[in-house]
Design a protein around this ligand. Structure first.
Ligand code: FMN
Length: 150
């Protein structure tokens, strides 16, 4: 069984986030991530990003997190790392975009907002209930094919 490493974080945007900003982030992410075997999704809503990233090596993920921490377009509020066995959840998304309207169409928006609130309020020092984090990522990955088409 493969092991892969993942992280999910919430960050607060510190510049006005327009479609152009999001597209720039996605374009750069997709070309960089493809070379490094990083996959995941990016979600933006109401001044906050929520990104999920996964890689085969912990080091690959740590290096990206170090880059993200220095990016002055946002400030990371909380970041949680976990490892898993099996196949990467978003193995075919070098960086998928999930947008608010897609979640509204799927009736998932409120659930995701609630998860984001919960993630924002967590403190690194407390024991992370990672199964709850995983269930959110699982929820989104189970809609992956539809999200891609919407
Ligand atoms: C919310 C957010 C998410 C990002 N996600 C990624 C990512 O998944 N992969 C990536 O390489 N860069 C990502 N970036 C951009 C990096 O912070 C950084 O600008 C970029 O990796 C620099 O790439 P370069 O050294 O090739 O110019 C993200 C930036 C923001 C603000």
């Amino acid at each position: 069984m493969n092991t892969y490493y993942s992280a999910i974080y919430i960050s607060k945007a510190i510049i006005p986030v327009t479609d152009i900003v999001i597209n720039d982030i996605l374009t750069k992410s997709r070309s960089n991530n493809q070379q490094k075997g990083i996959t995941g999704y990016l979600y933006y809503e109401d001044g906050y990003f929520m990104q999920y990233i996964e890689a085969d090596k912990a080091d690959t993920l740590d290096k990206l997190i170090a880059v993200l921490e220095k990016d002055r377009r946002h400030q990371i509020v909380n970041c949680f790392n976990t490892s898993h066995t099996g196949n990467k959840r978003f193995f075919d998304w070098s960086m998928g975009q999930i947008d608010k309207n897609q979640l509204i169409n799927l009736n998932l928006e409120q659930q995701i907002i609630n998860y984001m609130k919960w993630l924002k309020g967590l403190h690194q020092s407390i024991d992370v209930n990672s199964s709850k984090i995983c269930s959110m990522v699982d929820l989104l990955s189970s809609h992956k094919e539809i999200l891609q088409l919407l």
